[in-house]
Design a protein around this ligand. Sequence first.
Ligand code: AMP
Length: 538
Amino acid sequence: MFLPRSVKVKRTPDEDRSCTAKKHKLSSGGSLLEETTEFQDCKSVGTETSASTYNLSETVQEHTEPAAADLGVANTPLGKDNQNTDEDGSLEEPIKSFSKSQRWAEPGEPVCVVCGRYGEYICDKTDEDVCSLECKAKHLLQTQAKEKQLRSDQCTDSQAEAHLLNTPYFYKDHSFILGLQDEQVENLKLQLGIAVQGQQVPRPIVEFEHCGFPETLNNNLKNSGYEVPTPIQMQMIPVGLLGRDILASADTGSGKTAAFLLPVIMKVLKETETPSALILAPTRELAIQIERQVKELMAGLPNMRTVLLVGGLPLPPQLHRLKQSVKVIIATPGRLLEILKQSSVQLHSIKIVVVDEDKKLFKPPVLVFVDCKLGADLLSDAVHKITGLQCTAMHSEKSQVERTDILQGLLQEKYEVIVSTGVLGRGLDLVNVKLVVNFDMPSTMDEYVHQVGRAGRLGHSGTAITFINNNSKKLFWDVVKRVKPTGTILPPQLLNSPYLHDQKRREQQRLKQLQSSLVTGDNIMDIIKKHNKNNSQR
Ligand code: AMP
């Protein structure tokens, strides 16, 4: 007996009217024996609902060769088992063996996926509509071919993967990162302020160990004090390691440089041609800073020379070094152009280009001190109107919320200039203020010292510019005494001021008096005599 392994009824009895008509046709005119000879594995079984479309059973156990299995059974002996009779003997329409025996589908009827005729049956293996055993076999053959193709594609994928392992651009999410749920990743990004655009952006890493860096690089990171990646590094490094183009934006001091340097280092590490990478920086200072960081991170890695091509320094040594098989060029655009114009240096071997456009780094906020609230508001407006710089005023009339907002804005460099009364003078650790301007000289030296101390905190250098006029004349000599030892060049108007000389003279007199009132071995007898004289006079 050749019985289908599964039989599913799919069509409703209503749909079956046309089938019934067809059944008659087949049983009267079709050569059933002939047809079933070729499809001995399959057998139509009557169903309780008398529906005529079936989910055709699988015709072979193993689908290594479905065509042969489904079709190549010509040498199988035929017998009554091949007849489409049910076990209870009820008359049942035999399954159509050949496509040509099937009628064309009426509008709205299921259509055979192979030939387009009436899809009277359903293939139990694929759930697709087929018209006959012939089309089922063809359909399975096609399905198998597709599966085979898919398998070979997957094989090609893994070959490509293996190839990728040997290329500079290979990055796969670390198992820890893969283990995170999408929701967790989104949450993490939200909390860290990571926003991304683009197709199939890889997940951020959480630790440098997730990047698959060589041991030396991991050690260099630790030696530089990079314990954990900053948010920009978390997201940018995996994207960079994939060799994707990136446009990234993050605040100054957020670790952007290392975020692009680490993928650059990984890329050039495997390059043999030199130079392999070009990093363009807008200013000499930034280029120098980048080179310092590259060197720190590359330390101990093989064949990783760098060259700094910047203006303001002699060109010949830079040119010479450029020709020494350097891997990474760090340059300002001006000097690079100058070199390219003059020499035969070729840059066609460059595989990766980074443009670091961090203008903000060189526009630290300016803190301006004035002596009254109105002055702060007026000057702030004037500076904004005239220069277009982002400017705000800070004074005692600002609410706590406004003050916090201003201070955060200052630290995040949202504001380029803050005009403040003395309220910002003390206590605050405004590390990123590089320039303090005393638009109005404070009324005491103590306050002055605190205000100029806002620039260059924590060992950073800073600058203070103080405007001084006769309103502060009583402090002239104190200012000079305080500032002169720092090597600052003082204006002649101040140095020649009669007030200053008057103060200086008076101070010297006071000192003299003080000295004369001091008891020393030399003047002790004089003091005693004077004292006795005064007493006798009384
Ligand atoms: P940048 O924003 O690139 O100018 O970096 C600002 C400073 O942060 C530099 O001095 C870097 O050396 C330092 N830095 C960068 N990444 C990290 C990190 N993951 N951990 C600690 N310091 C870092």
